[in-house]
Each structure stands twice: as C-alpha cells, then as structure tokens.
Design a protein around this ligand. Structure first.
Ligand code: BGC
Length: 507
C-alpha cells in the first residue's frame, strides 16, 4: 500500500524549502490545474450554440424557444452525461491509481495521468460525434483519477513537514485557478465560430503536455522508493530534496513508517474496524456534504444558470469568470485562516453564510422568475451577487477542508487507503450532481435552491456535533487528543487497540 509519511508531531527534521522541491511542487500541482480546467470548461461549452448544434441538436432546438421554459431548456441526459462521465471514470480509476501509486510510484502514476489527459483532449477537441466526445471525457476522467490520487500524495511526501498543511491547500488553489482559466477561455472562445468549443476543449492539452514533460524532471518521493525496498535510492532522493546533509533521522522515520505500514496487509479491511470509524465516516460524509452544498451546480453550469435567469450568452459567461475569480481569491482566505481560526469555525461560519445565500437566491427565483420570461435587471444582479458571496463561503471552507480533513485524520497505516476512498466518494457525489442537476432544475425549478439549503442545514449540524477541531493537533496524535475525548466518537476507541505498535503486531 502507499504510505503518506506525516509527522506533524515528529521531531522537526532539518529541511530547506529547496528550489528543486519548489519546481517539483509546481509541476505536480499542474495536475490540480487540469482537474479544475475540466470542471470549468464543460459548462461554458454546453452553453455554446455551435457545440449544441453539432452534438445536442435537440437541446439547441429547445433553447431557441427560450420563452417556452426557462428551467428546462438544457435538460438532456446526454448533455449531462457529457459533463458527468468524467467523474464516473475518475471514480473507477482512483482505485487503479492507488495500486500503481504503491507498486510503481507516484511519478509514473502522474505520467499515466498526463497520457490519459492527452488522449482525452485529442478525442474531445477533435470529436466528430457524441460517442467520440463521451469516450474522450472518460479518458479525461482516467487522468483525473490518476492525477488526484498521485498529486496530493506526492505533495505531502515531498514537502518539508512544517509546510505540509499549506501545500495541501495549494492543490485546491490550483483547482480553483484551473476553473478560472477555463471560464476565461470559454468567454473568449464562445465568439470564435464555428469551432470555438474545440479550442476550449483543446486548451487542456497545454497543461497536460507540461505535466508529461515536467514529470520526467521531477523526482520520485523517498517514501515511495523506500516502500518499494529501494532504500539507497530513497536516501539519495531525500538528500536531494531536503538540501541538507543530515537526513538520517528523517530517513529512519520513513523506514520505520514503511515498516509499520507493511505489517498491515489489508488496509481496506482495517478501515472497517471500529478504530477507523471516526475518520472514515467523517471522510466520506465530508465528500457527500461538499457536493451537496450545490457548489458544482454552479461551477459546471454557471453559464447555463445565468442564462436561465435571463442573461445573454456573453454576460452569462462573463459572470462565470467573476465567480471563478472570487473562488480563487477566497481560497487564499482559507489558506490564511485554516490554522488560525481552525476548521470548525470555518465549517460552521460558512454553513450559515451559504444557507443565507441559497435561500435568498431561491426566494428571488421563486418570486420573480416564472417558467417563461426573464428576471428583471436588478433581481438578476442580486442573484449574481449572492452566487458570488456563496462561492466565497464555499472556497474558504467545505472546498479545501473536504480534502484537508481526510488527509490529516487517518492513522498512517490506513491514510492512503482512506484517502483513496474519500477521493472516490468525492467523484461519486460529483457525478451524481453533474448527472442530475439540469433535470433537477427542470423538475424542481427554484426549489433546487431550497433543496441545497436543507442539505446545508444538515451538514452544519453534523459539523457542530461530529466534526472535532483538528487545528494544531499532531497528525499522529488524533486518537489520543481528538477521538478519545470526543463525546460521540470515544465509543469506538476500544482499549485493546491502544498499544498497537509494531512489536504487538509482530507477536
Ligand atoms: C471540489 C470540486 C469543486 C471545486 C470548486 C473542490 O474542492 O472538490 O468539486 O468544483 O472545489 O472550487
């Protein structure tokens, strides 16, 4: 199994943030950028007439009769499949990626990701029919599955321990930058007829090439080498990335961690044991909640949504650029606050904040947007403003924390497996939203915003009662400092699991 060596509570090993590590981090983070680009690009492309005419003539026909039904003009299972197929493929791929990560290493897994991306880009940008388009999206999804498993692991293993938390959110930051770039590309390519959509979809080829060639330059992580018994190479790699001579202590700690991890033959089975329950349940529910905030309804379909409330194509695409910019900027706020105010404060604050936004949007649409017709200018503006405020709240809370919390609450021996399950759950719920949103919009109309509001209340209550604060807690000390004292989770901390050190397991 793959190992993430985490040692927030370990002695601070001597390490410099070397230029080499910086370059490796930038190259690997391109994986997050491609993921974000894929999230952002499909909504804009789905709103382009040239694209609809070519692949979804029925949607295009319906769209021409805009005045017939605001909420249903885009409702089409195949159009949703265009967006959602990627996540289904990523879900399946992340389990294979978890295997290649441990057997072959993080670097080759990233290389596979970039090759899948390139094939996917070629097929989607060059698509001449729907089948080619969907198969292309599946390849992009394989890329996302491989990339999202390997990149966060790579980042956390290569970073000096004291920078690990911040670097974790760099991944989310790159995702948001990818979404923003996609929104800008959509805005400009929408005016290029008739093949603007090909440029938009082809754009992902640039970061994919950077990832492919970049991954030839970067180093394999010491943990991955040692895990595969290449101890000498691992030691060399560690020396190279740390930029100091004395790396013996850290080296020993990685060897020790790999030793412990290798005793656990089946980490997935271990995940089902009572002791794993708190991080496992929280890790999975966080993904459900993250997606049921409704964020991707906005990220995927913002241009479509803005057209629904009465903007023209251009204004709708421009609004998506604005929400994308806010998403990036607010992520910095998250990076700044997460270790100051703590995780719980951000989760609870944003639940109230997002709830208010969803309710206001829902009420305006319910009151003022009939099945036909458009919103008045002032109301449409208020909707856009509250969409922006809502995105802001998500970007400093459920967005990054959905990834951070599962990466810091599992004990070492189940960390990688637990994270793989969390990634797949995320992909699954993203798939559900992507596949269902346009039909839900059509069936529930403005009620969709009350639907998400109800979920936000549930997740706020869950966070209040069940998500403990993990700020500043040593990553390997969660059992003692977090779960054992917790009013609810303590019931799963059985005394017999207390001393499970290597000796005991060997006995
Ligand atoms: C989520 C994505 C979402 C993005 C928005 C990520 O944390 O996993 O589904 O599109 O944030 O910024």
């Amino acid at each position: 199994m793959a190992v993430v060596v985490s040692n927030a509570n370990a002695p601070a090993f001597e390490a410099k943030m070397t230029v080499y590590v910086f370059i490796c981090v930038m190259i690997a983070a391109v994986g997050g950028l491609i993921f974000g680009y894929d999230i952002g690009i499909s909504g804009g492309v789905s709103a382009m007439d040239d694209f609809l005419k070519e692949f979804f003539p029925a949607v295009w026909e319906r769209k021409k009769h805009v005045h017939e039904n605001n909420y249903c003009k885009y409702d089409n299972q195949f159009l949703q499949l265009f967006t959602s197929s990627l996540y289904l493929a990523a879900l399946v791929a992340s389990f294979f990626a978890s295997a290649t990560c441990s057997k072959l290493g993080r670097r080759p897994t990233m290389q596979f990701a970039s090759i899948f991306f390139l094939i996917g880009v070629g097929l989607t940008a060059g698509a001449v029919n729907l089948v080619m388009l969907i198969i292309g999206r599946l390849f992009l999804g394989f890329g996302v599955g491989f990339g999202n498993q390997a990149v966060p692991l790579f980042l956390s293993e290569i970073a000096p321990a004291q920078l690990r938390g911040g670097l974790n959110i760099v991944f989310q930051l790159m995702v948001t930058i990818g979404i923003l770039i996609a929104n800008i590309v959509n805005y400009f390519t929408a005016t290029v007829h008739p093949y603007g959509w090909r440029i938009a979809l082809g754009g992902a080829g640039i970061p994919a090439v950077i990832l492919l060639f970049g991954s030839l330059l970067i180093i394999e992580t010491p943990t991955s080498l040692i895990e595969r018994n290449k101890n000498e190479e691992g030691k060399e790699a560690l020396r190279k990335i740390r930029g100091v001579d004395d790396i013996n202590d850290e080296y020993e700690s990685i060897v020790h961690a790999c030793d412990i991890a290798s005793q656990v033959k089946d980490p997935y089975r271990k995940l089902l044991k009572p002791a794993s329950r708190p991080p496992f349940i929280i890790g999975m529910l966080l993904q459900l909640f993250q997606q049921f905030t409704g964020i991707n309804a906005i990220m995927f379909y913002a241009p479509v949504l803005f057209q629904t409330v009465g903007f023209g194509s251009d204004a709708a695409l421009l609004s998506a650029v604005i929400t994308g910019t806010i998403n990036v900027l607010a992520t910095f706020v998250g990076i700044y606050l997460v270790d100051k105010t703590g995780r719980r404060f951000l989760l609870l604050q944003s639940s109230v904040h997002m709830l208010i936004c969803q309710l206001i949007i829902g009420i305006i649409l319910a009151k003022d947007l009939g099945i036909t017709g458009t919103l008045g200018r002032p109301q449409a503006l208020v909707v856009v403003i509250f969409v922006c405020v809502y995105v802001m709240g998500f970007a400093w809370s459920w967005g990054p924390l959905g990834w951070l919390i599962p990466s810091e609450t599992f004990p070492l021996e189940t960390r990688s497996a637990g994270f793989a399950v969390a990634v797949s759950c995320n992909m699954f719920f993203t798939f559900v939203i992507a596949q269902a949103f346009l039909s839900m919009l059509c069936g529930m109309r403005s009620g969709i915003f009350f639907f998400f509001s109800a979920w936000i209340i549930v997740m706020g209550l869950f966070a209040f009662f069940f998500i403990p604060e993990t700020k500043g807690i040593a990553i390997d000390d969660m059992r003692e400092s977090v779960w054992k004292p917790h009013w609810f989770w303590k019931r799963y901390m059985l005394p017999e699991d207390d001393h499970h050190d290597v000796e005991k397991r060997n006995a």
